[in-house]
Design a protein around this ligand. Structure first.
Ligand code: URA
Length: 227
């Protein structure tokens, strides 16, 4: 619950500063204060906004982050490889509830991705009913053949293994092998499968924008807090 009075060890452990069992030691090692008064008892209750650690306000209770995902990192908590979460500060990696990506990008896809510990927000943005628009820059192996924009806009394209056709998508041609494609769904490997369905292959995929959020001012691997 946002800014409710909770035990100090509960605040510290949910925000990843230390585990509950380490809290006593943490209070000895760091200057944890409630309204400026140092505390050593783990069961002292306080509002999040009244607590400081070494004179610094606690990390926010809800954390939503926009990242420019670099290639080669994986949007998963448990797959083998370099996980996207390893790019975040260690303390954030230890938060409970966990920070998770809003949907997933493939390992080799780059660009805008949100991460949040707010499960309700995450569900709202990823549910099939969500109509958040996502704009991708797609680099293709072969020159366009000419009918792709029409097929993608038709609302009739059926991908293998799906039971319903894709919603209409908007394609803008930049060069014969480079397009912008705007979709408002998030099916597994959707963009790669769409171009597979029209006899092409995606060789690079960059998400320019997720909803209203773009990563123009963020280098690959950089992120900023949104809340
Ligand atoms: N579509 C894909 O094929 N891959 C992604 O990472 C995102 C959308």
């Amino acid at each position: 619950m946002q800014n409710s009075r909770k035990r100090i060890d509960a605040h510290l452990s949910s925000l990843g500063y230390c585990s509950r069992s380490e809290a006593k030691k943490f209070l000895k090692m760091f200057r944890v204060c409630i309204n400026g008064v140092r505390v050593f008892e783990t069961d002292k209750k306080a509002l999040h906004s009244d607590i400081t650690v070494n004179e610094t306000q606690l990390d926010p209770e809800n954390l939503t982050i926009l990242m420019n995902k670099p290639s080669g990192v994986i949007c998963s908590h448990d797959d083998a490889g370099i996980l996207i979460y390893s790019l975040l500060p260690e303390r954030w990696q230890n938060r409970n509830p966990k920070i998770s990506t809003v949907g997933r990008l493939d390992g080799d896809t780059t660009g805008a991705i949100l991460l949040t510990d707010d499960g309700v927000l995450n569900h709202r943005l990823t549910s099939p009913k969500s109509d958040v628009s996502k704009l991708y820059e797609v680099t293709l192996a072969q020159a366009l053949r000419g009918d792709e924009a029409e097929i993608f806009a038709s609302g009739t394209l059926m991908l293998n293994g799906e039971t319903k056709p894709l919603l209409p998508a908007k394609m803008e041609i930049l060069t014969e092998t480079l397009v912008h494609l705007e979709i408002c769904e998030g099916k597994y490997h959707q963009i790669k499968r769409m171009f597979g369905a029209v006899g092409n292959r995606v060789i690079a995929l960059y998400r320019v924008r997720f909803g209203e959020y773009d990563v123009q001012n963020l280098a690959p691997g950089e992120y900023k807090i949104l809340n």
